[in-house]
Design a protein around this ligand. Sequence first.
Ligand code: AMP
Length: 557
Amino acid sequence: MTLKFSDLTLHPLLIQSAADLGFQTPTEVQSRVIPIMLDGKDVLVQSQTGSGKTAAFGFPVLNDLLINEHAKSIHTLVLTPTRELAIQVADAVELYGRLQKVRVLPVYGGQHYGTSIRKLKEGVDVVVGTPGRLQDLIRRHILDLSHIRTMILDEADEMLSMGFVDDVENILKETPDQRQTALFSATLPTQIRRLAEKYLNQPEQVILQHKELTVDTVNQRFYLVREKDKLAALTRLFEVEDIGSTLIFTRTRIGSSRLANDLIQRGFAAEALNGDLAQEARLRVLNRFRGGQVKVLVATDVAARGLDIDDITHVFNYDIPEDPEAYVHRIGRTGRAGKDGVAISLLTPKDKRYLSRIEVYTKHRIQQAQLPTEKDIQERRDLKLLEKMEVWLERDRCTREQELAEYMIASGYDPVKVAAAALKMARKGLADHPLERISPVQFKESRTKFKRGKNKPHRKGRSSRQGQFQRTASVREKGMVRLSIAKGREHGIKPGEIVGGIASVADIPGFGIGRITINEKTTLIDVQKEYVPAVLKRSGSYHFRNNHKVTIQQFSN
Ligand code: AMP
């Protein structure tokens, strides 16, 4: 049976804190270390980063602060090798102990002494710091460790390999002999064992086996995006990744169908693997996927059950799963049989806790990556165009086209200009869609920095983007001006061409174009107010399919 936090004889406030943070069950290091520390014993722990070790020592310390009377002095000192870890640990302990208003002070080189002095005077329960600065504070008589009850050495092997061994020992000597000591280290080389022998009192040992739940052949990373920008982000990634057979996971069945449709509209051969599909239809979809006619399959965990295909190059978590086991299961679909695979997760800021759970469960840090910029995509498109051209140059089978080029050159055109014009025409044929802007986003700390300014152009979400392709006349969207062209269905006008055609000629972003209504002889196009002058300025130079020099004007009814 899995242990619960309530089984660990922790103070109710801490059980509440764990529940508030969404920690359902203690991690292995927590369930093994917390009881030892609650017993007041010393402990030597071998565990990895991301195993949940901060709570493994944090909870017992916070528990002691809650149940025992203490003098005003510092209760616990946590020693960390780096400033980053000091901040991270201090934040975590403060978070775990927020219900009891624990006072935590991180100290590291480069800080103003004044702040530390003031905070220490006001009273601090837990100090988290790097060896250099701690020693400095001791020497200046700012920090007094003579009454601490608990001492934690975090990432001890790192501290030693950074050459801090003397500093660590000097600090330990400043603390009382009867303190409780916990030493955490990813590895246990002789030097660490020696340190433990010298400074720990009959420690219990907790050795955690590093179980590989995910395989090295899968490159795992995540991108931080807002929910409304997920589709735009996915589309960008599709352009730069070498996508082969791809599986995309969504949280809901409806979400999977909607996403498959959105991708089709953007020119990607996608299909939803729907749990409701009859067995025969499901097999048809799977065969198309296996055969490569469908490159992208969008599914929920339920719909993908039993799916056993070897050559999947990419797994996308369009929605991150709440259950870490589901994550492992999903990404295990790629990187099989010794081949490399890519597992990409799109995360919104509020998904951070699910990411942590996955990292704890898989014992693997998932790296954050940056989305390709518009410039990256343009470069990639250029590269693809040049690669295509190289293929034709190698084939050397353009005799008729060569005659045409020679004719143009003989007529006085510059050869480079002729080639450039041909490339421009070829690019049009590739039907690259206009790029949608993606607003930057960060986790918690900086989230507030990106408040949308009043003057920022209104950014269209997925629902309005879908609306763009509706053919029925409807109410104009807010902030939009309706324009019209004297070409319609009978002239072969298609909505996809309108967006690309107008955006590229008028040099405006695709999201500046709203609803498009194609009638028999005319087409109505809603354009965001601020882009209207740019669009009207190029009137007469638009071309859609066989319709050249199309004029565009303000619509009046
Ligand atoms: P740590 O190894 O302490 O840096 O923890 C790694 C991540 O795991 C942190 O983001 C914690 O919030 C998260 N975490 C710690 N304990 C648990 C738990 N019992 N359940 C889920 N997540 C946890």
